[in-house]
Design a protein around this ligand. Structure first.
Ligand code: GLA
Length: 449
């Protein structure tokens, strides 16, 4: 009998390790603020106290997130990135923050966030060191997970510098297991596939989905339009491998939003926001919220784009057309009706002509063939095009390195069904494939621009 009990316990432990983390978190892509892209590893609080990685920086950002409306729009996470740590563990082998830059300690900082209705995120690394050379978790997985739990951490970004990508298949699930074991719900952000792809390994996305709430698959974002475009290309070129992995609780992470920094124009900033919404991406701002210009803040706070990003179906969008610098991307969203999806459609202009490019399509060419038509709204300028039927030609002017993002909501064509039936999210497999084949070649031989 005892043997049977141990066998059952063994199976449960094995399952918890191997079947990984189903923690019920991140049902929509996480939103918040992450320090790295804007503040990097600036530890010089003597000469640059205003911008160094210190508790006061995170407290200031939290205050702005609350008082300037970001939190109420969904940006409810404030997260440390690299360089918060002391170079040494404490006498009991636990991680500790740099005592000069985080004098109140991490539990107090987490508490500061919680009191303001925010979640608190932390950064660590699966290897011997973090990417910036601070202590990593290797050899301390259980202790460190417990420390995070004790501190009141809500979100853990686990990087992969100074470790072997082959070991990650065991290491990331193991740390996820220890996170779970703390009993504290913590969103788990992984860099596992990125390091494996970089080492020319084929990531096991089944294991990754079962372990992580989000994961990076591509290079770090840099403060430039070129960098944003490289990420967009990676997501488009690899969409058949990447897109099916996204869904409630598990997301692809194309990296931080750089809107409001130095590298993107106004048009390019709208493009990043629109594309990240099409990607069902985590919206992690990395910008100085103390000085962001109002027009960039407005992009980050655009409710209609956020609603697309946070759509409850959680289906990631795909590139459905690409030619001569013009791309069309589509993401199935709610409401659904009579086995059809609504869609967010992004027209992205990669050209540098100096004059807007006109793109002209019918919705049917995009695969939007619901006979009742679609109510179309331009998400950035708020223009409402009314009901557009599938065969009616629809034109948009897209600025150089800019985007037009429209929301195409199904128009209920019959008198049947209630509003609530109309909005009810579907069982995905009960619906026609949102990316059925005709969507990939919507234009046949014809050219429209
Ligand atoms: C890696 C990650 C970045 C950032 C840095 C910190 O490069 O991909 O997002 O966390 O490490 O050193």
């Amino acid at each position: 009998m005892t043997n049977v009990i141990w066998a059952v316990v063994g199976i449960l432990v094995f399952c918890a390790c191997v079947c990984g983390l189903e923690n019920g978190l991140a049902r929509t892509p996480p939103m918040g603020w992450l320090a790295w892209q804007r503040f990097r590893c600036n530890t010089d609080c003597v000469n640059d106290p205003h911008n160094c990685i210190s508790e006061s920086l995170f407290m200031q950002m939290a205050d702005i997130i609350v008082t300037q409306g970001y939190r109420d729009l969904g940006y409810d996470l404030v997260s440390l990135d690299d360089c918060w740590l002391s170079r040494e563990r404490d006498a009991r082998g636990r991680l500790q923050p740099d005592p000069f830059r985080f004098p109140s300690g991490i539990a107090a900082l987490a508490d500061y966030m919680h009191k303001r209705g925010l979640k608190f995120g932390i950064y660590e690394d699966y290897g011997n060191f973090t990417c910036a050379g601070y202590p990593g978790i290797l050899g301390h997985l259980q202790t460190d997970a417990q420390t995070f739990g004790d501190w009141g951490v809500d979100y853990v970004k686990l990087d992969g510098c100074y470790s072997h990508p082959v070991d990650m298949d065991k290491g990331y699930p193991e740390f996820g297991y220890f996170l779970n074991k703390t009993g504290r719900p913590m969103v788990y952000s992984c860099s596992w596939p990125f390091y494996q792809i970089f080492s020319r390994m084929q990531p096991n996305y089944t294991a990754i989905i079962n372990t992580c709430n989000l994961w990076r698959n591509f290079d770090d974002i840099q403060d430039s339009w070129e960098s944003v475009q490289r990420i967009i290309d990676y997501y488009g070129d690899n969409q058949d491998d990447i897109v099916p992995n996204a869904g409630p609780g598990h997301w692809n992470d194309p990296d931080m939003l750089i809107i409001g920094n130095f590298g993107l124009s106004y048009e390019q900033s709208k493009s990043q926001m629109a594309m990240w919404a099409i990607f069902a991406a985590p919206l992690l701002m990395s910008v100085d919220l103390r000085t962001i210009r109002p027009e960039y803040k407005a992009i980050l706070q655009n409710k209609a784009v956020i609603a697309i990003d946070q759509d409850p179906l959680g289906i990631q969008g795909k590139r459905i057309y690409k030619d001569k610098g013009i791309e069309i991307w589509a993401r199935p969203i709610t409401p659904v009706f009579q086995r059809h999806y609504s869609y967010a459609v992004a027209f992205l202009n990669r050209r540098t002509d100096g004059t807007p490019s006109e793109v002209s399509v019918t919705l049917r060419e995009l695969g939007l063939d619901f006979t009742g038509g679609y109510s179309i709204t331009d998400v950035f300028d708020g223009v409402h095009y009314g009901t557009v039927l599938p065969d009616k030609r629809f034109k948009v002017d897209v600025n150089p390195s800019g985007v037009v993002l429209v929301r195409c909501d199904l128009v209920k064509s019959t008198g049947f069904g209630t509003r609530s039936q109309f909005r009810e999210p579907p069982q995905q497999n009960a619906f026609r494939n949102p990316f059925q084949n005709n969507l990939f070649s919507p234009f046949g031989q014809q050219r429209h621009f």
